[in-house]
Design a binder for this molecule. Structure first.
Ligand SMILES: Cc1cc2nc3c(=O)[nH]c(=O)nc-3n(C[C@H](O)[C@H](O)[C@H](O)COP(=O)(O)OP(=O)(O)OC[C@H]3O[C@@H](n4cnc5c(N)ncnc54)[C@H](O)[C@@H]3O)c2cc1C
Length: 322
C-alpha cells in the first residue's frame, strides 16, 4: 500500500530471524525511498530504530509469541500482503524485484500449522512443516516412505531446514517435488478459508493453484498407499526435478503424477495409471509413452528428452515401490 509521496511499509518481525532480516533488506531494495540506518541486533531493536528514524513508516509488531493464525488470516486481507514461510522462494523473488509486497505476513510462529499427525487413517502434515521434519518423521517413514524420501531429496540442507510444505504447494513451481506427491497420492489441501481442496482440483497450471486471494494453506492430508515411490532426474545445480514421477498403488487403483516436464505444471498420466492398474510392474509401461507436445524445452533438456525421461522415471518408481 505505498502511495506516491508516502512511504508506508508494515513490518512483521520475528526476533533474530534471518529470513526477516533478508526480507527487510529485500524490501528496502524495492523501496529506494526508504532507508535503514544502523544495525539492529534483533527484531525489537529494529522496530525501535524504525520508529525513531522513520516516523512515517507504519510498524506493526506481530512477533513470534503473539502472532497467531487468526491474525495472519486478518493480515492477509490486505491485497498487497504476502505470506512468508521458509522464504526459499519468496526472498529470492523479492531480491529480484519480481514482487514488492508492502506487508510480509510471517507464518513461522504459527503453531497451528506445524507438525505431523495421523488423522482418519491419513498422514496430516501442517503447511508450516519443514521438509527436513517430513524427511525425519518416524510416522511418515513408516506409513509413506516415498514421501519421506521425496522430502529428504529436496534441494540442499538449507532448503530442507527452511522450506515448508505450504510454501512449496502455494508456489507450485512446475519442477517442484511436493506437487507430484500431493497429486500422486490424491491428497487433500486444507485452507484458512475452511476449504478442503482435492489434489485433482488444486493444481491449475504452472505456478497456478486453486487458492484464492489471501487464502493460506493450513495442512495437507495424505492417504496411505499400499506402496509408492518417487523418482526424479535431478537438475544438478538446484536438485529440482528435471523430470520426476510419483507412483502410488492403492487398493484397486494406481495414480501416477509427473512433475518438471509439462508447461502446464504437474499432471496425472492416465495411460500409465491404466497400464499399472492392470499390472503393477515396470514392464507394464512398455509401449506407454508421452508425446513431446506441451512439454518444457529449455537449456537443460528438450521437450522430447523430458517426455522420454518421464517414462524412465515412471519405470524406476514402479521398481522402487516393489
Ligand atoms: C536452491 C534451491 C533448491 C530447491 N530445490 C528443490 C527441489 O529439489 N524440490 C522442490 O520441490 N523444491 C525445491 N526448492 C524449493 C523449496 O522446496 C521451497 O521450500 C519452496 O519453493 C517454497 O517454500 P517456502 O516455505 O520457502 O516458501 P516461501 O518462499 O516463504 O513462499 C513461497 C510462496 O508461497 C506462499 N506461501 C508460503 N506459505 C504459504 C501458505 N501456508 N499458504 C499460502 N501461501 C503460502 C508465499 O507467499 C510465497 O508466494 C528449492 C529451492 C531452492 C532455493
Amino acid at each position: 500500500m505505498t502511495t506516491a509521496g508516502e512511504a508506508r511499509i508494515r513490518v512483521m518481525t520475528v526476533d533474530d530471524h534471518p529470513v526477516f532480516r533478508d526480507g527487510l533488506a529485500a524490501l528496502l531494495a524495492v523501496h529506494p525511498d526508504l532507508e535503514l540506518v544502523g544495525e539492529a541486533g534483533n527484531g525489537a531493536e529494529a522496530l525501535e530504530a524504525w520508529a525513531t528514524l522513520r516516523p512515517d513508516v507504519t510498524v506493526m509488531d506481530l512477533s513470534m509469541p503473539v502472532m497467531g493464525g487468526a491474525e495472519a488470516i486478518e493480515a492477509m486481507k490486505d491485497e498487497d500482503a504476502k505470506a512468508l514461510a521458509g522464504g526459499q522462494t519468496l526472498i529470492p523473488t523479492l531480491k529480484q524485484r519480481l514482487a514488492s509486497p508492502t506487508t510480509l505476513v510471517d507464518l513461522n510462529g504459527i503453531a497451528e500449522i506445524k507438525g505431523i499427525c495421523l488423522k482418519d487413517g491419513m498422514v496430516a502434515i501442517g503447511a508450516g512443516t519443514r521438509h527436513a521434519e517430513v524427511a525425519d518423521s518416524a510416522d511418515v517413514q513408516r506409513l509413506i516412505p516415498a514421501l519421506a524420501h521425496l522430502a529428504a531429496h529436496i534441494g540442499d540442507p538449507q532448503v530442507r531446514n527452511r522450506g515448508t510444505l505450504g510454501g512449496s504447494l502455494a508456489n507450485n513451481d512446475p519442477s517442484a517435488c511436493y506437487p507430484a506427491a500431493v497429486l500422486g497420492l490424491g491428497a487433500t489441501v486444507h485452507t484458512s478459508a475452511g476449504r478442503a481442496i482435492a489434489a485433482d482440483d488444486y493444481f491449475q497450471g504452472m505456478f497456478e493453484t486453486a487458492l484464492g486471494e489471501g487464502e493460506l494453506i493450513t495442512s495437507v492430508d495424505f492417504p496411505v498407499p499400499e506402496k509408492a515411490a518417487y523418482m526424479k532426474f535431478v537438475q544438478p545445480a538446484s536438485r529440482f526435478a528435471l523430470t520426476g514421477v510419483f507412483v502410488a498403488k492403492f487398493l484397486g487403483a494406481v495414480r501416477v503424477a509427473v512433475t518438471g516436464a509439462s508447461e502446464s505444471g504437474v499432471f496425472r498420466w492416465p495411460e500409465a495409471e491404466k497400464a499399472l492398474s492392470a499390472n503393477f510392474s515396470a514392464g507394464a509401461l512398455d509401449g506407454v509413452a508421452l508425446g513431446a507436445d506441451g512439454m518444457i524445452g529449455d537449456l537443460h533438456g528438450t521437450a522430447e528428452y523430458r517426455a522420454h525421461l518421464a517414462g524412465v522415471m515412471a519405470r524406476r518408481a514402479v521398481t522402487a515401490a516393489g
